[in-house]
Design a protein around this ligand. Structure first.
Ligand SMILES: *[C@@H]1O[C@H](CO)[C@@H](O)[C@H](O)[C@H]1NC(C)=O
Ligand SMILES: *[C@@H]1O[C@H](CO)[C@@H](O)[C@H](O)[C@H]1NC(C)=O
Ligand SMILES: *[C@@H]1O[C@H](CO)[C@@H](O)[C@H](O)[C@H]1NC(C)=O
Ligand SMILES: *[C@@H]1O[C@H](CO)[C@@H](O)[C@H](O)[C@H]1NC(C)=O
Ligand SMILES: *[C@@H]1O[C@H](CO)[C@@H](O)[C@H](O)[C@H]1NC(C)=O
Ligand SMILES: *[C@@H]1O[C@H](CO)[C@@H](O)[C@H](O)[C@H]1NC(C)=O
Ligand SMILES: *[C@@H]1O[C@H](CO)[C@@H](O)[C@H](O)[C@H]1NC(C)=O
Ligand SMILES: *[C@@H]1O[C@H](CO)[C@@H](O)[C@H](O)[C@H]1NC(C)=O
Ligand SMILES: *[C@@H]1O[C@H](CO)[C@@H](O)[C@H](O)[C@H]1NC(C)=O
Ligand SMILES: *[C@@H]1O[C@H](CO)[C@@H](O)[C@H](O)[C@H]1NC(C)=O
Ligand SMILES: *[C@@H]1O[C@H](CO)[C@@H](O)[C@H](O)[C@H]1NC(C)=O
Ligand SMILES: *[C@@H]1O[C@H](CO)[C@@H](O)[C@H](O)[C@H]1NC(C)=O
Length: 441
C-alpha cells in the first residue's frame, strides 16, 4: 500500500516538475509538460473523444473542462498514429508521428545543432519558449498565436515591414484548423482592432482612447485587466495585462466570429463572458449604412440616422435593409450657416484621419476650414508620463458609428442651419454656432 502511494506520488511529482524539454528528450501522445506554477499544460489532445486526430496544444491545467489556448499543428493533425514532440537536430521544435514524419515545426532555419543549453520551456503564462542561453529566445508560441490572446502576449504592427500578428478562429468547436474569422490591428488606422470574415471587415472595436478596456472582471473578482496600445513612429504594440496574475483571463475569437473577453469563475467553474462583439446584427461592421448609427442604449439595439439625416431609401429602411444608410436633410453650404452638433456617448465612425499635435481648437478649425470635413472628435490619450492629443477628422461618409451605454466619446457632426433647429434635436446650450444634445435624445 505504501509502495503504491509512493509510486503515485513520484509519478505526480514527475508531472508537475516537468516544464521543459531538452535535446534528446521527448513527450509522446499520453504525456504532457506542466508549467512551473501549474497554470498551463502542453501536450497532445484530440478535440473529440471519438476522433483519433492528435494536435499539440497548450491548455489550462487543473481545469475541469479542457480549454485549449494554442495549437501547433492546427492544419495537420496526426491521424491514427502515436505522436511525439522533441527538439530536432537543427534545434527546431518538431511534432512527428511514430515513423518520424514531420507534422509541424517551429521552422527556424540555420540554427545548427542543438547545444547543451537549448531548451523548450512552458512558462506559467502559457507561452512555450524555445531558447538557448547564448541567443536568448529562438522562438515562442506567443509570437504565433492561434485564436486566443493571453495576458503577457503582445501583438505588434510594424508600419514599414507590415509585420503583424493575426489571430485566426477555429473552423468549428471540434476543428482547430483555421476558420472563417481573423482578428488583429487595423493596418489603415492602427488606432483600433478589428475582426474580419475572410477579407471583409466583420466587427470593429472602439477607437483607442488610452485604455481600450479596463475594469474589474466579474462580480466577485478584484482583478483588473488592461489592454494597452503603445504607438511610436514605426510600430504599434498591443498588450494585455492583468493586475492579479493568478486570474484566468483571455480574449478568444470564437469560430462563429465573436471576439470574447472571458474570465474563469472559480465558484461556478465556468468561463464567464465579460464582453463580446458583435452580439447582434446592428453591431456588425457598417450594418446601418452611411451616416447612421447602431443605438446600443436601447434594450434591442437598432439602426438610426445621425441627427440631421434621414433614410436614403425609406422603404428599404422600413423593411430592415439599412445598407443605403442616410442622407442629409439640409445640404451643406460650406462656410455659410454650418456648425457642429455634439453627439455624446458615441462609438466613433471608421475611416478617420488622425491629425497629430493638434489642440481641440486646432482640430475644430481644421475641420471647419475643409469643406469635405464632415465630423471631428478630440481626446487626450494618457501615454504614461505624457498626454498625447488625438484629433480625428472625417472626410466624406461616416460609417460604422454607434451609440454606447457607457465609455462612449463625443462626436462633433457638421450640419447645416444648426442654430435654426433640426427636427429631433433639442439644443441644450450654444457656443457660437455649436449646439449640443444629450446622448439618448
Ligand atoms: C505512454 O504510452 C506508451 C506507449 O504508447 C507507453 O509505453 C508509456 O508507458 C505511456 N506512458 C504513460 C505515462 O502512460
Ligand atoms: C471526453 O471524455 C471525457 C472523459 O471521459 C468527458 O468528460 C468529456 O465530456 C468527453 N468530451 C466529449 C466532447 O465527448
Ligand atoms: C540526429 O542526430 C543523431 C545523433 O547525432 C543521429 O543519430 C540521428 O540520425 C539524427 N537525426 C536526424 C533526423 O538527422
Ligand atoms: C514551415 O515552412 C514551410 C516552407 O516554408 C511551410 O510550408 C510551412 O507551412 C511552415 N510551417 C509552419 C508551422 O509555419
Ligand atoms: C555539454 O556538452 C559537452 C561537450 O559537447 C559534453 O561533454 C557535456 O557532457 C554536455 N553536458 C551535458 C549536461 O549534456
Ligand atoms: C519594423 O520593421 C523595420 C524594417 O523591417 C525594422 O527596421 C524595424 O526594426 C521594425 N520595428 C520593430 C519595432 O520591430
Ligand atoms: C484600408 O482601407 C481601404 C479603403 O478604405 C479598404 O479598402 C481596406 O480594406 C482597408 N484595409 C484594412 C486592412 O482594413
Ligand atoms: C480557485 O480555487 C482554487 C482552489 O479551489 C484556488 O487554489 C485558486 O487560487 C482559486 N483561483 C482564483 C483565481 O481565485
Ligand atoms: C465558414 O464559411 C463557409 C463558407 O462560406 C461556410 O460554409 C461555413 O458555415 C462557415 N463557418 C462558420 C463557422 O460560420
Ligand atoms: C458572488 O458572491 C456572492 C456572495 O459571496 C455569491 O452569492 C455569488 O454566487 C457569487 N457570484 C459568482 C458569479 O460567483
Ligand atoms: C438592400 O437595399 C439595396 C439598395 O440600397 C439593394 O441593392 C439590396 O438588394 C437590398 N437588399 C435586400 C436583401 O433586399
Ligand atoms: C506641437 O505643436 C506645438 C505648438 O503648435 C509646437 O511647439 C511643437 O513643436 C509641436 N510638436 C511636435 C512634435 O510637432
Amino acid at each position: 500500500m505504501i509502495l503504491f502511494l509512493v509510486s503515485i506520488l513520484s509519478h505526480l511529482l514527475l508531472c508537475v516538475s516537468d516544464d521543459r524539454l531538452t535535446p534528446g528528450e521527448f513527450i509522446s501522445s499520453n504525456e504532457s509538460l506542466v508549467s512551473d506554477g501549474s497554470a498551463f499544460a502542453l501536450g497532445f489532445f484530440s478535440p473529440t473523444n471519438s476522433s483519433s486526430d492528435l494536435y499539440l496544444g497548450v491548455w489550462y491545467n487543473n481545469m475541469p473542462q479542457k480549454t485549449v489556448v494554442w495549437v501547433a499543428n492546427r492544419e495537420k493533425p496526426i491521424t491514427n498514429s502515436p505522436a511525439v514532440l522533441r527538439i530536432s537536430n537543427d534545434s527546431n521544435l518538431i511534432v512527428t508521428d511514430s515513423v518520424g514524419l514531420i507534422f509541424w515545426s517551429s521552422n527556424l532555419s540555420g540554427i545548427g545543432t542543438p547545444g547543451n543549453n537549448t531548451v523548450a520551456v512552458l512558462l506559467n503564462t502559457g507561452n512555450l519558449v524555445l531558447r538557448e542561453d547564448s541567443n536568448g529566445i529562438l522562438w515562442q508560441s506567443f509570437d504565433h498565436p492561434t485564436d486566443t490572446f493571453l495576458p503577457g502576449m503582445k501583438i505588434q504592427y510594424n508600419y514599414s515591414s507590415h509585420l503583424d500578428k493575426f489571430f485566426r478562429s477555429w473552423k468549428d468547436e471540434k476543428e482547430p484548423a483555421p476558420g472563417n474569422f481573423s482578428f488583429g490591428i487595423d493596418s489603415n488606422n492602427s488606432l483600433q482592432v478589428m475582426t474580419w470574415l475572410g477579407p471583409k471587415i466583420y466587427w470593429r472595436s472602439q477607437v483607442w482612447s488610452g485604455n481600450l478596456f479596463s475594469g474589474a472582471l466579474g462580480p466577485n473578482s478584484t482583478s483588473v485587466t488592461y489592454l494597452t496600445i503603445i504607438a511610436d513612429e514605426d510600430s504599434i504594440l498591443m498588450q494585455m495585462t492583468v493586475s492579479d496574475i493568478s486570474a484566468y483571463i483571455r480574449y478568444t475569437l470564437s469560430y462563429s466570429g465573436q471576439l470574447q473577453l472571458l474570465s474563469w469563475d472559480n465558484g461556478s467553474e465556468l468561463w464567464q463572458i465579460y464582453a463580446s462583439g458583435p452580439v447582434n446584427n446592428c453591431e456588425k461592421y457598417g450594418w446601418c449604412g452611411q451616416f447612421a448609427y447602431c443605438d446600443g442604449t436601447e434594450s434591442v439595439p437598432s439602426c438610426k440616422c445621425l441627427k440631421g439625416f434621414q433614410p436614403k431609401l425609406q422603404s428599404e429602411w422600413d423593411a430592415g435593409n439599412y445598407s443605403a444608410g442616410c442622407i442629409r436633410m439640409k445640404v451643406l453650404k460650406c462656410g455659410e450657416g454650418d456648425g457642429f452638433l455634439k453627439m455624446e456617448g458615441m462609438k466613433l465612425p471608421d475611416q478617420f484621419v488622425f491629425l497629430r499635435n493638434r489642440s481641440i481648437t486646432d482640430c475644430r478649425s481644421e475641420c471647419m476650414a475643409n469643406c469635405s470635413c464632415t465630423a471631428y472628435a478630440y481626446s487626450e490619450l494618457n501615454m504614461g508620463s505624457n498626454m498625447v492629443p488625438r484629433c480625428l477628422v472625417w472626410m466624406g461618409e461616416l460609417i460604422d458609428t454607434g451609440m454606447l451605454s457607457s465609455k462612449g466619446e463625443d462626436l462633433y457632426l457638421r450640419l447645416m442651419d444648426i442654430t435654426s433647429g433640426i427636427p429631433g434635436v433639442q439644443c441644450v446650450f450654444f457656443h457660437g454656432n455649436h449646439c449640443s444634445i444629450v446622448a439618448g435624445h
